[in-house]
Ligand binder design. Structure first.
Ligand code: ZN
Length: 338
C-alpha cells in the first residue's frame, strides 16, 4: 500500500512537471520554485550582504538605484556536510551551448555557461553563473534539452569579496545579444582592455527581467508572447542612428516597425526606443525626409519619469536643462550599429 501510494505520488509529480514544461517557455534553473508562491520571495532571492532580498532581483536594485543587477540571484536549497551548495542547475529551455568559462579567476561570474535558445523565433541567451562545476562533457555547440542538468550551484567569482556560504546562489540571466562582431569592436574601441570572453563579454548582452518573464508566462499561459513582453517595456529614451544595416536588425526583425514612407523613399536611418537597460524595444526605419539632424547618433527624447525610477544604467544625463547621451549610452549605440 505504502509502495503504491509512493508510486502514485511519483506519477502525479511527473504529470505535473510534464504539464508545466508543455506550457512554459522557460523553466527555473534550479528546484527552488518559491518565486511562484505567495510570500515566497524571501525563500527565492538572495540579497547582497546586509541588504534585503530585493537586491537579488533584476533591475536598478543596488546603490540606491544607481547600480543595475542584470539577473536573478536564486537561493540554494541543498547543501553538503560543509554547508556548500549542491543544487543541480538545469537549462531553462531547449538550446545549444554558446560559451563556457571554466576559469573562475577570469570573471566576476566565476564558472559560467551561456546557452542560445530560439523562443518564438527570438534568439535569447541564458546565463548560469557562480557554478562550482560545469558538466564535464559540455562544449560550445553541445545541444541541450529543457530541464537538462548542466552544472552544480557554487560560489565561484573573481571579485575581491567572495560569495559567503549563506549567500550561495545561482545568478540567472535571460539576454538579447547586441552584436556578433563584439570582439572586433572591443579591440578597436578599447585596445588596452583585456577581453577574455570574445563575443561572450557581459558588455555584449542586454538583460531582460527573468522574474517578470517567468511570472507572466505562468499567468498568461499559451498567450504569453516574448516579443510582446519586450515591446511593452517602458521606454527610457528614443534615439536616431544614421545606419541602415547592422546585425541587430537581422537578429531581431520582430522588433522592427513598418514605415511606408521609408519603404517608398529609402531608409536613411533607424529610430530606436530603448528601455532603462538599453534594450532596443522598437526600431523604426526613417527616410531622409523624416530626419532633422545630420548627426550620426542623435538623442530624440527622454522619458523623465522612467529615468527617475530606473537610472542605474546611466545611458542619459541632464545637461543645462536638456538631456544628452552619456559615454555609456554612446558606446552602446556604437556597438549596436558596428
Ligand atoms: Zn547576481
Amino acid at each position: 500500500m505504502k509502495l503504491f501510494a509512493r508510486r502514485l505520488l511519483a506519477v502525479l509529480i511527473f504529470q505535473q512537471v510534464a504539464a508545466i514544461s508543455a506550457a512554459d517557455l522557460f523553466l527555473l534553473p534550479t528546484a527552488n520554485q518559491a518565486i511562484y508562491e505567495r510570500g515566497g520571495s524571501e525563500r527565492f532571492f538572495v540579497g547582497t550582504a546586509g541588504k534585503p532580498w530585493t537586491s537579488g532581483t533584476f533591475g536598478c536594485v543596488r546603490s540606491d538605484g544607481w547600480q543595475i543587477h542584470e539577473g536573478l540571484d536564486i537561493r540554494s536549497l541543498q547543501r553538503d556536510k560543509r554547508g556548500e551548495p549542491t543544487d543541480p542547475v538545469i537549462t531553462t529551455a531547449d538550446g545549444t551551448v554558446a560559451y563556457i568559462n571554466r576559469k573562475p579567476s577570469l570573471s566576476n561570474y566565476g564558472n559560467y555557461l551561456i546557452i542560445r535558445h530560439t523562443i518564438q523565433g527570438l534568439e535569447i541567451f541564458s546565463v548560469y553563473a557562480h557554478l562550482s562545476e560545469v558538466r564535464a562533457d559540455l562544449r560550445a555547440g553541445s545541444v541541450v534539452k529543457a530541464g537538462e542538468p548542466i552544472g552544480v550551484m557554487g560560489r565561484t567569482a573573481n571579485t575581491r569579496q567572495s560569495i559567503t556560504k549563506d549567500r550561495a546562489h545561482v545568478h540567472f540571466e535571460l539576454n538579447l545579444l547586441i552584436n556578433d562582431r563584439f570582439a572586433a569592436w572591443h579591440k578597436k574601441n578599447d585596445p588596452k582592455q583585456r577581453n577574455d570572453h570574445g563575443d561572450w563579454n557581459g558588455q555584449n548582452m542586454l538583460g531582460l527581467d527573468p522574474g517578470l518573464i517567468l511570472l507572466q508566462q505562468r499567468s498568461q499561459g499559451t498567450n504569453f508572447s516574448l516579443v510582446q513582453f519586450i515591446r511593452s517595456q517602458r521606454e527610457l529614451c528614443r534615439v536616431l542612428v544614421r545606419d541602415t544595416d547592422f546585425p541587430f536588425l537581422r537578429r531581431y526583425p520582430q522588433l522592427l516597425r513598418a514605415n511606408l514612407r521609408a519603404q517608398a523613399e529609402g531608409v536613411a536611418g533607424y529610430e530606436i526606443a530603448l528601455n532603462f537597460n538599453g534594450v532596443p524595444i522598437e526600431l523604426i526605419p526613417r527616410p531622409e525626409s523624416e530626419i532633422k539632424s545630420k548627426a550620426r547618433i542623435q538623442l530624440l527624447s527622454v522619458n523623465e519619469a522612467e529615468r527617475k525610477v530606473n537610472p542605474g544604467k546611466r545611458l542619459v544625463t541632464e545637461q543645462r536643462g536638456g538631456w544628452k547621451l552619456t559615454t555609456t549610452g554612446e558606446n552602446l549605440l556604437e556597438l549596436l550599429t558596428y
